[in-house]
Every structure is written in C-alpha cells, then in structure tokens.
Ligand binder design. Structure first.
Ligand code: AMP
Length: 515
C-alpha cells in the first residue's frame, strides 16, 4: 500500500487533466505532476534515502508541496511537514527529533541552514528544478513497496503545551482518512477544486489525499494564505472551491460576504463546500455563517492522532433548521465517521451511559500508530485499542457528540464542574460581543473562578455589568464569570486556536484593568 499509487493511477487515466493550479494559473496536469514526483523520487533513492527514512517539509503553501509529498511517498519515505510559521530553531528541534535526512524549505521560512539535515533544498531554486525535471515516464520509476502499517507522515502536534509530539500516521491511516471524506464529508468530481488556504502542514494538506483519489484540481492561492477576498475571487473564477477552514477563517469569510453584500447565489459560485473544524464553532457563529453563505458547510472533528476522522456534522444536518433538535446539533460535532467507533468513557475507558460526560475515545483505522520515540506518551494515549483524545464530551441518544472542552480547560469552582464552552456559547449571544474565551483562575475561596476574556465588536458598547446581566438571564449563577476583561484580540496559535494557557498566564497580572 503506497499513497503514491493514487497519483500514478490518475496520471495513467487522465494525464492531460488539470491537477495543480497556482491561483488561476495552471501549474501541472496529472501527467506532469507524476513525472516530476517520479523524477524527484528517483533522485532521493539514488542519494541513498531508504524507505522509512524521513524528509522535512518546512515551506509555505506552494504547488511544490504536493510534488514533494508524492515524491517522498513514491520513494517510500515519511514526510515531516512543519508549520511555516514556526521559528527555524523549532523546526530544527523537529528535524532532530524525527531524524530527518533532507529538508525542503521556502527560502524566507528557513533563511539559514537547518542544523542536522544532510541536504537542504530551496523549493524555488534551480537545484529544485533539476531534481523535478522528468527524465522518464512516471511508471518507469518503481513505487516503493510499503505495508499498510508503514509510516507515511509524522504529524507534529501544535504543542499548545510543552514540546510537540510526532504523531505516527501510517499508509493505512491516510488511505482511510481519504476514503472517509467521500463517505462523511463530501462527494468529489474531477472538475472540483480543493483550495489550500490553511497551512498544508496540517489538516488542509491531508485533504490533498481524497482530492488526489478523485482526480480533482488542487489550488494553491497565489498569496499562499488566507485572504477572504482572494478566495472569493478565485472560487468565482474556478467554478466553486472546496476548502478546509478553522472557525476563525470561517468568520473572516462570512464577514467578507456580508461586507461585499454577497447573496447565497454569489457564495455558491465561490464555494462548493467549506469544511470547518479544529476548534470550537459556536452556535451563534455557525447560524450566522449559514444565514449569510447558505448550506455549504460540513463540520469535522478529529485530531492529529486520528486525522480529520472522529465525527462529522453533515451539510444536510447543519441545514435542517426544522429538526426539533437542530440547535443542539449545531452545538455538537456530529456523529462518528464511518470507519471509527466513538465512545464517551470513564477514566478506565469503560463506556458511560447516553448523556453522561466523560473523555472521548476513538477506535478505528484512522487512529495513529503512536508517538514517535515516545512510548510513555503512546501508552497514555492508546489503551485497550482506543485513542484517549483528552477531549471531554457527551453523546446523545442519536449518536451526536457534543464536546465540552479539553480536560485541562475544565474549571472546578466550589466543587462544581464548569465547562468553559458552555459559558462561551452564552456570552457570544450578548450584543456587541465578537469573540470570547473563558478560563479558570485560582481563587482562595472557590478553588477556581471563571474569568472571561471578551473581544467587543469594533465600535460596540459593552461592559462587565451588561455581560453579567446577560449571563444571569441564561445560566446557573455559579457558572457566571466572576471577572471580565475586555481585550482587543485573543492569543492564538499558528492554526488559529485560542491559547488558553496564555490567557491563564495573563491573569491577574495582565495590563489593563480587570472589571
Ligand atoms: P490538532 O491535533 O492540532 O488538530 O487538535 C485537535 C483538537 O482540536 C481536538 O482534540 C479538539 O480539542 C479540537 N477540535 C478539533 N476539531 C474540533 C471541532 N470540530 N470542534 C471543537 N474542537 C475541535
């Protein structure tokens, strides 16, 4: 089993079909992509890189990302994609941990040599052009033999706490993830266009696999990043994009559509499907997104350890406003995806009854083989065949999972459990509130108290008193924030996730008056 066969299959079937675009400009047909990846695979092999060895990808989103990914698999290698926003020293740490032999980099992302790698190649250099120059038909370069359990991708966790860990994803994991897209997320036709706006080192890049399976177009926006106006224009020009977007990116797309006065038809011309996930999507936000952009959203919940595959909330479920439990479903992350079982369990992993709160466990072919070089962390996360996700949730009788929080974000105040997500959902419905994050702060009397960091809508008036009144009207008194801090922005990591550790560290010493 080797993911490179997916590319070879398309190259034989439809060599002329457009495969990679840079903005609206054609970059490669399937035939050209395969020829280049095969050429690079032959060089990697000739240089002595053996199946199972690692290559680092420390680059911005770029069409060559896709060529390097497939070349590495073709040669039987394991890719180690690193977020381009990391500091070169952090990338060096990952390269050393993964014992990567070669590194493919963007010159501005890695301006100097990365210690420890034998060869570092700027993907926009003549050296790279030469490595990709086809010298044979793609099928003349043999695809390396790989077993389903052989590694394909070392996925370094975003490391919101401590050092990142290398999640070992196998050929089978990624094949499963790709096929599951068709079962639970979306149908894909050859003319479809997947746009890589979020970092390709993470979930967005993994979605290359189902779109390779389907022979679709792969579009790297010219800016290499997330620019709402650019994405709308690109989508209109190419006939509707599919894309993966964290909730913060969805918010930007919705704001753009509102400001530009785009109706559902205009949004439909720009976007076929927007898959969101990776962080909580609040009910108020998805309702607004559906109202502004129409039924083109699908939610997924996963984590690096079971990439993109745990649960999904389908387009039809999101749009089914007449359903009696619609609002509860909008607040959920949907039902187990096809190849996995999802359970809410006690600390020993035993399933809890419907409606109980516990840790979310996942079992199935998408679940990682373990953490690279870290048997202790592997033993903690994989127990009795189940992945312990560290997420806290609740299943309803229909199988919909609602996530409450990461276990470490749970607040215990006066002996009662408070899930920040619940408080955040309520605060987001208050007038003048744009974004919010709720954390626990140490308190001599209560153990912990609830502190809310609130980003007001620009120009809107809000105050601690008004927010407190809003909470009093909608939730149990003990869950109400004891303190509010109005801030201009929330600290976020490179993937747009709010860094609650940073917020906790800010309290109570951060600049600005507590209210
Ligand atoms: P990562 O491994 O960096 O992709 O982070 C995975 C974590 O993000 C999960 O364990 C969840 O805590 C969170 N997450 C992922 N998808 C969702 C979602 N749809 N809703 C809420 N949180 C999510």
């Amino acid at each position: 089993m080797n993911l490179a066969h997916l590319l070879l299959r398309q190259a034989r079937l439809a060599p002329e079909r457009p495969a990679i675009l840079h903005g609206t400009a054609p970059w490669a047909s399937y035939g050209a992509w395969a020829a280049r990846s095969a050429a690079l695979a032959a060089h990697l092999r000739a240089a002595g890189l053996r199946p199972g060895e690692r290559v680092l990808l420390f680059l911005r989103n770029h069409p060559r990302y896709l060529e390097v990914l497939c070349a590495a698999w073709w040669a039987g290698l394991v890719v180690v994609p690193v977020n381009a926003k990391l500091h070169p020293r952090e990338a060096e740490w990952i390269a050393a941990d993964a014992q990567a032999r070669w590194a493919f980099v963007s010159a501005d992302v890695a301006p100097g040599p990365l210690a420890g790698v034998a060869r570092q190649i700027d993907i926009e250099s003549p050296e790279m052009d030469a490595l990709l120059a086809p010298h044979a038909q793609p099928w003349e370069v043999p695809v390396a033999e790989r077993a389903p359990e052989d590694l394909a991708w070392l996925f370094y966790t975003s490391g919101t706490t401590g050092r990142p860990k290398g999640v070992m994803l196998t050929q089978r994991n990624l094949m499963t993830m790709g096929l599951t897209y068709f079962a639970d997320v979306d149908a894909v036709a050859p003319g479809d266009a997947m746009a890589y706006a979020a970092p390709m080192s993470h979930g967005a890049g993994l979605y290359a696999i189902p779109h390779l399976m389907a022979g679709a177009r792969h579009v790297v926006p010219a800016s290499g990043g997330v620019d709402a106006a650019e994405l709308f224009a690109l989508g209109a020009a190419l006939g509707g994009l599919s894309t993966f977007a964290a909730p913060t990116i969805v918010r930007r797309l919705v704001e753009h559509a509102e400001q530009a006065g785009l109706d559902h038809a205009a949004c439909a011309r720009a976007f076929k499907t927007i898959v969101y996930g990776g962080a909580p999507m609040y009910v108020a936000d998805i309702q607004r997104a559906l109202a502004v952009m129409g039924p083109r959203f699908v939610q997924i919940y996963g984590q690096g350890e079971t990439p993109m595959v745990a649960t999904a909330l389908a387009r039809t479920q999101l749009a089914d406003a007449a359903h009696p439990r619609w609002l509860a479903r909008l607040a959920s992350v949907g039902v187990a995806q096809t190849p996995v079982e999802v359970r809410v369990a006690d600390a020993d992993g035993a399933a809890l009854p419907v409606g109980s709160v516990g840790e979310v466990l996942v079992r199935g072919d998408s679940v990682m083989a373990g953490y690279w070089g870290n048997p202790e962390a592997t033993a903690a996360a994989l127990r009795g065949g189940w992945l312990f996700t560290g997420d806290i949730g609740r299943l309803d009788a229909d199988g919909f999972l609602t996530l409450l929080d990461r276990s470490k974000d749970l607040i215990i105040s006066g002996g009662s459990n408070i899930y920040p997500r619940e408080v955040e959902e309520v605060l987001l419905t208050a007038p003048g509130v744009a974004e919010v994050a709720v954390v626990g702060a140490p308190d001599p009397e209560w153990g912990e108290v609830v502190v809310a960091f609130v980003v007001p809508v620009p120009g809107a008036q809000t105050s601690a008193e008004a927010l407190d009144q809003h909470c009093l009207a909608q939730m149990a008194r003990f869950k109400r924030p004891k303190h509010y801090r109005l801030v201009d922005a929330l600290p976020k990591n490179h993937y747009g996730k709010v860094l609650k550790t940073a917020l906790r560290a800010q309290w109570p010493d951060a600049a600005g008056p507590a209210q």
